[in-house]
Design a protein around this ligand. Structure first.
Ligand code: SF4
Length: 88
């Protein structure tokens, strides 16, 4: 696995949390293409928040306000309805 260092996510409280339900995810990585600032892919293609070392952690990804629209796009475009955007 080759994950980049965590990107700056903006100061203060996140504007939302992107919840990943890995039991629904098919691991094809569309969300990682929409949100490369927040999500990497693990060795099997499943989305993984930067800054977490293994799947099983990082299923609630803090989203800064600058990426809320992109996060909402990822939720609506996820083919497995595996993503939800919730209040922090
Ligand atoms: S878009 Fe949905 S199904 Fe595809 S990798 Fe992301 S969470 Fe999984």
């Amino acid at each position: 696995m080759n994950l980049r260092a965590p990107e700056p996510r903006g100061a203060g409280t996140p504007a939302g949390l992107l919840h990943i339900d890995w039991t629904k995810c098919d691991g094809r990585g569309l969300c990682t293409e929409i949100l490369p600032e927040l999500l990497a892919r693990d060795d099997w293609g499943y989305p993984l928040a930067y800054g977490y070392g293994s799947a099983g952690a990082g299923s609630n990804v803090p989203v800064p306000d600058t990426l809320l629209t992109a996060a909402a796009d990822a939720v609506s475009l996820c083919p497995r309805q595996a993503l939800t955007l919730v209040d922090p």
